[in-house]
Design a protein around this ligand. Structure first.
Ligand code: EPU
Length: 350
């Protein structure tokens, strides 16, 4: 097929839409359009799709469920949505399982799938919005766990090499909300993720709130399923629901500073929320910094800072991405002026 598409073209395994609206494809629910939207539903057509002239010319923007992106403008090129589905059990032993999950599967559904079959590991990561294909990109994490702990390998298509590749965990450059996939946007397209899930694992309960929530639930011997329930209860209470109000979860990363800087800040602001990292640096709670600057619950038109959680920017209805970004910049400048710490956005900002 050539790139001469008018309107909508349906090919076996994928569709191409010209001048496509992305408003329903981002959880901020801001208006944006893509010059071309290519949606792939079968992995065997990926080589053909990557051969399309439009995709050879310049990198596509890769979109999952749009739960970690802010569009401040239209995308002039191709938006590629890999909607390939399927969960494949590769190996199932007494120790655990090796499972291959297609990029377009919903993350939380996969977490529930794994728990229902008696595997442990993903319970702290329940209810994170987005697809399985997006999980390695920003190395999703919550309640003391990160996806990278359970990822064995990632199958990608490398646009630069023009072929498929299998990246072992160690080659993915995983770090806090970061990976190799983020470094050259549009180059590596995730097709599937392989997970190694243990049967038995010491529950991880140290993250603030998890133990208390289990106690409230009357759980004395936590299992992966009850830990997942506790995490879901916490998330539901603490984070605004993207189904009800547009948002992309945490809008900034928690910044890491030197021990000296943390100490100086603590002297000036005794209530500062900070914790030590393994490498000696200190992580500061970005939510605390933002709240301390008076932004929690603030609203500028329809762009706002959630009244539930200061780290989450929200769209009260008709905000544009540019308006949300303007508010983000205001928050960032205020935090930098008051604390000398620069916040980095967590979602991808277009
Ligand atoms: N806090 C405030 N004000 C608020 C909210 C929180 O001061 O409005 C302070 C409290 O002291 C609280 C602390 O910040 O104890 C930490 O809050 P929370 O447990 O909600 O965690 P977080 O550091 O703000 C991170 C992740 C979340 C993840 C939670 C739970 C990042 C950028 N965010 O938030 O991930 O759900 O921990 O593990 O690391 C996401 O990435 O989109 C996301 C939601």
């Amino acid at each position: 097929m050539s790139a001469r598409v008018t309107g909508i073209a349906r090919e076996p395994g994928y569709t191409v839409v010209e001048n496509a609206s992305l408003a329903g494809r981002n959880t901020f629910r801001v208006p944006a359009r893509a010059a071309l939207l290519i949606e792939v539903t079968r992995s065997d057509v990926l080589p053909e799709v990557f051969g399309l002239a439009a995709l050879r010319q310049r990198p596509p923007f890769i979109l999952g469920e749009g739960s970690n992106v802010l569009f401040t403008r239209d995308w002039p090129g191709v938006v590629l949505a890999v909607g390939v589905r399927g969960i494949q059990m590769l190996e199932d032993g007494p120790e655990g399982a090796r499972v291959r999950v297609a990029a377009g599967e919903n993350w939380h559904d996969f977490v529930l799938w794994s728990l229902a079959r008696g595997y442990a590991g993903l319970e702290n990561l329940a209810l994170i919005p987005g697809t399985v294909g997006a999980a390695p990109i920003q190395n999703i994490g919550a309640y003391g766990a990160e996806a990278s702990e359970f990822i064995q390998a990632v199958d990608v298509y490398d646009r630069q090499l023009g072929r498929g590749l299998r990246l072992a965990n160690a080659d993915c450059g995983f770090a806090y909300r970061d990976s190799i996939f983020k470094r050259e946007p549009g180059r590596l397209v995730v097709g599937a993720v392989e997970f190694l899930l243990p049967r038995v694992r010491q529950p991880r309960l140290d993250y603030a709130g998890v133990r208390d929530e289990l106690a409230t639930m009357g759980v004395t011997a936590p299992t992966p399923v009850t830990v997942a329930e506790a995490v879901m209860r916490l998330r539901t209470r603490k984070l605004p629901n993207p189904a009800l109000i547009g948002n992309a979860g945490s809008f900034f990363k928690n910044p890491a500073v030197s021990p000296a800087q943390a100490e100086a800040l603590r002297r000036e602001h005794p209530a500062l929320v900070a914790w030590e990292l393994a490498d000696g640096r200190c992580k500061l709670s970005a939510a605390w910094l933002i709240e301390a600057c008076g932004f929690k619950g603030l609203r500028e038109g329809d762009a706002g800072v959630s009244s539930q959680h200061a780290l989450v920017l929200v769209n009260h209805g008709q905000a544009t991405g540019a308006q949300i970004w303007a508010l983000a910049e205001r928050v960032r400048e205020a935090v930098e002026r008051r604390f000398g710490v620069r916040l980095e956005p967590e979602p991808v900002v277009v």
